[in-house]
Design a protein around this ligand. Structure first.
Ligand SMILES: [Zn+2]
Length: 126
């Protein structure tokens, strides 16, 4: 048995103090993401994005949170009244969330959705 030199020597912790102080001076900026307008309750208990949901995100040019927000918006609207055969509520949602309409509409049409209820089917599909 020869383990007399196995314990490593601990280095003093004073080396990092100056670096810590320098880092604190550059900490003035607070990068807080502006996600307060998104409905977190819906996406919190939602399952992780499936392969289809990822395809939807790419085709519509939106993130998972936006797709989830559009889904809950359309579900709420179509529960109150019937689809009128246009993408009226989808368009209204896109404008409110500053989502570019042309790529969104083009993506929805590419996925076979020409009105709000068909758009809801697209974003609801697992
Ligand atoms: Zn419809």
């Amino acid at each position: 048995m020869d383990n007399s030199a196995a314990v490593p020597a601990r280095t003093a912790g004073s080396v990092g103090a100056a670096a810590d102080r320098a880092a604190m001076t550059t900490h003035g900026r607070d990068p807080e993401p502006d996600r307060t307008s998104l409905p977190e309750r819906r996406s919190a208990d939602a399952p992780p994005a499936s392969a289809w949901q990822r395809v939807v995100c790419v085709v519509l040019g939106m993130c998972v949170e936006h797709v989830a927000a559009l889904r809950s918006r359309l579900a709420a609207c179509l529960a109150l009244r019937c689809c009128d055969g246009s993408l009226r509520e989808t368009r209204r949602w896109a404008r409110a969330h500053r989502v570019p309409w042309d790529p969104l509409e083009g993506g929805l049409r590419a996925l076979g959705a020409r009105c709000d209820c068909e758009a809801l089917e697209v974003v609801e599909r697992e």
